[in-house]
Write a new protein. Structure first.
Lengths: 442, 289
């Protein structure tokens, strides 16, 4: 079975909610829609206090090249445009909508009917994706239309669809593949058309045999789509690791996947592309896994953007008393939230409730030079060394040891027997080196 | 036998003389004339290499002073005015006296004033915590309490107070080199005039939020009400972005603003206790009238 070559770890999978079907979550009373939901510049609001909006109406425009549109996920009145705490941990600008009913824009097709023939040209598809405000739903939230515009002189050879979901606990992509298989396949074909390739691979780890089987059966109906079962290994969902695992090519340091002729998209993104292009439905909802060992009913919820996370937790059974942390994302790369009022955003793939006992950090001991972190680093770096240079503020040394190649997967911290906060130190270093590099370019 | 010794002595002496001449010529040719005053100045400087003057180490500052023969815009915060007075005669210039400065912590979000709403257990680094969230107390401008400033201080002039969770600056040790100012990711620490008899008045808050959200997170936040601005007769206080700022160059230390502040965000340091208006003083006033 295929997998990537260097490093990697295998944390306990704990896919508690893989059997529970996607449930539609009820609408909130007030939706809070943060204006910066994508990598890059925040969007500019184009509505005012008191305006009536319908579901799917544009409420904030993309402000620069790397930015995206935001649409009203609920219908109602704009209550205010004010600051609200979001997943960044800080208060940032957001649009508050008081929900009234559920009135959709007329041109959105709400039915479940599958439309499989693609009647749009390449340019029309990209324009539609841009208008729908789609961003990468794997977590990085990079605007999808930018990714699909292949730079001049480069040529895409294949499309890779990321259905790996290598983070423990999370199952939103898994459920999507099982329940929306046909739509997903059409979505993939749309993306294939937009970047003019004839071959697409869907990478799925073999801890999801039902998804592999289901999609393999479906792929017979669609041309050029191949399912690639992959050995379970974290961080296989990383772009560079996935390319290496599926087609065996290595993306050069500091370069994008297009350098080796690939475009990588998440399954969630492919589904959103289907809805945007075939059904005119902008990105207003996503599947969020609410899970944790102490949670009563771990579940997958189809949630409108802007719903406070407290509602999601209520749906999964009330918040357990012994909760220590609630993590936005998976346990490896996610970040603890500092308020229960933060809204669901485009990039939120899961909410993980950690009991107090498990959420505590282990005591930190000295580095014993066992080099376990070196052997698990999927980018072939020396995490202990970079962390050390970070501690003594030697940024130029960190740069020469390749800190900017770090994908922040956390395998090093996970595996360290001394419990050293390697990734935290590397992140500091990466931040500072990034600043230095940007200053150098000016 | 003798001739061998004589020849050896003569050859060696010749080599010696020749080398001496070559060395002399080379030494003359490549002579580095260094102003002896640089050494004099460098010896006077404290040798802490703290970078507080803006130059890379004490020697670098000494070179600058002697080469440009100026004491304008040059200040060693560690040595202060005393040191500049000593350096003055060496280069024949008189330094303009400067008001001594001291680092001041402009946040009073202690554990009681701004109680923790969340728990931070990650790396003890303000830089990192700042990139993650607004802080345990919830104030996005306030002190994070991880002690980056204390680690940056080379003069042992700071320590973390475990009870309040805030750093404490020791006036007598602080040299106002500014290392802590640069280390703080939230720009809370400021260099201000030390003041007469070490007396200072400053707004101990840097929160730029509006009144209500600021007060929600911290009991002693500046809410930007502007009372102190009205109270000040010397136009030493300005209000910008919901935050009052006392310009220390203009402040006369009259303490009126301190009384006017509704949230006790303005701090007075090293002042004697206020005389309370007792019954005696009131009767005295009545007699005087």
């Amino acid at each position: 079975m295929k997998t990537f070559k260097i490093g990697g770890v295998h944390p306990k999978e704990n896919k508690l909610s893989e059997k529970s079907p996607i449930k539609v979550l009820a609408l909130p009373k007030t939706a809070i829609i943060p204006l910066s939901q994508n990598l890059g510049a925040p969007s500019n609001p184009i509505v005012n206090k008191g305006d009536k909006v319908k579901v799917g109406q544009l409420i904030a425009e993309s402000s620069s090249f790397i930015s995206s549109h935001i649409h009203a996920p609920v219908s109602g009145t704009i209550a205010k445009i004010d600051e609200a705490i979001d997943s960044s941990g800080y208060k940032r600008k957001a649009i508050f909508i008081d929900v009234e009913g559920d009135e959709w824009l007329e041109n959105i097709d709400k039915s479940n009917h599958l439309i499989s023939d693609i009647r749009f040209s390449k340019e029309e598809i990209i324009a539609k994706i841009k208008d729908a405000g789609i961003v990468g739903l794997g977590g990085a939230t990079f605007p999808t239309h930018v990714k699909l515009m292949i730079p001049k002189g480069k040529k895409a050879e294949c499309l890779i669809i990321n259905g790996v979901e290598c983070e423990p606990y999370l199952t939103s992509d898994h459920r999507l593949m099982i329940e929306k298989g046909d739509e997903l396949m059409v979505g993939i074909q749309i993306i294939m058309k937009s970047i003019e390739v004839t071959k697409a691979y869907i990478g799925i780890e073999n801890n999801k045999p039902d998804a592999i089987e289901h999609l393999t059966n479906l792929s017979k109906k669609y041309n050029g789509i191949e399912i690639c079962p992959l050995k379970v290994k974290y961080p296989q969902g990383g772009e560079k690791q996935l390319i290496k695992a599926i087609i065996g090519r290595e993306v050069p340091s500091g370069k994008l996947p297009i350098e080796v002729g690939c475009v990588v998209q998440n399954v969630g993104t492919a589904y959103a592309v289907y809805e945007a292009v075939q059904k005119n439905k902008p990105l207003i909802e996503r599947v969020v896994t609410v899970t944790g060992k102490s949670v009563k009913n771990p579940t997958n919820l189809l949630t409108r953007i802007g719903t406070p996370v407290s509602l999601l937790l209520d749906e999964a059974g009330s918040l357990p008393d012994n909760t220590g942390k609630i993590i936005n994302g998976g346990p490896m790369m996610g970040k603890a939230v500092n308020s229960l009022e933060i809204p669901v955003v485009k990039g939120m793939s899961g909410l993980l409730v950690m009991p107090e006992k498990e959420s505590k950090r282990v005591p930190i001991y000295n580095c014993i030079r066992c080099a376990k972190c070196v052997s698990v680093c999927p980018m072939g770096l020396s995490p202990y060394l970079i962390a050390q240079t970070s501690e003594i503020n030697k940024e130029e040394m960190a740069e020469s040891h390749g800190v900017m190649d770090c994908i922040e997967c956390g395998s090093c911290s996970f595996t360290c027997p001394s419990g050293r906060p390697l990734l935290d130190n590397i992140r500091i270093s990466k931040n500072k080196v990034g600043q230095i590099i940007r200053a150098r370019l000016k | 036998m003798n001739t061998v010794i004589i020849y050896a002595v003569i050859t060696l002496s010749l080599i010696g003389v020749l080398s001496a001449i070559i060395l002399y010529v080379i030494a003359q040719k490549f002579k580095v004339i260094e102003d002896p005053r640089i050494d004099d100045v460098a010896n006077l400087l404290p040798g802490a290499n703290c970078g507080g003057c803006g130059y890379a180490g004490c020697r670098n500052l000494a070179e600058f002073i002697v080469k440009n023969e100026t004491l304008d815009n040059v200040f060693c915060p560690v040595g202060g005015n005393e040191l500049l007075k000593q350096i003055g005669p060496i280069i024949g210039k008189v330094a303009i006296e400067r008001e001594p400065m001291v680092a001041v912590l402009r946040c009073n979000g202690s554990k009681t004033n701004s109680p923790s709403k969340t728990n931070y257990d990650s790396l003890s680094s303000c830089y990192f915590a700042h990139s993650l969230f607004s802080g345990e107390g919830g104030c996005p401008f306030g002190c994070l309490g991880c002690g980056d400033c204390v680690n940056a201080c080379t003069f042992d002039a700071m320590y973390m107070d475990k009870e309040t969770g805030l750093p404490v600056i020791l006036d007598e040790k602080c040299t106002s080199c500014g290392a802590c100012v640069k280390a703080c990711p939230r720009n809370i620490i400021e260099l201000r005039f030390k003041g007469k008899k070490n007396r200072r008045i400053f707004v101990s808050c840097v929160n730029k939020e509006k009144g209500a959200p600021a007060k929600k997170n911290c009991a002693v936040a500046c809410i930007g009400c502007g009372k102190c601005v009205k109270e000040c007769k010397f136009e030493a206080i300005t209000l910008e972005n919901n935050l009052a700022y006392i310009h220390f160059e203009k402040c006369t230390l009259c303490r009126k603003c301190v009384e006017s502040c509704p949230t006790n965000a303005i701090w007075e340091v090293n002042f004697p206790e206020r005389k309370k208006k007792t019954a005696d003083s009131q009767t005295e006033e009545a007699i005087a009238n």
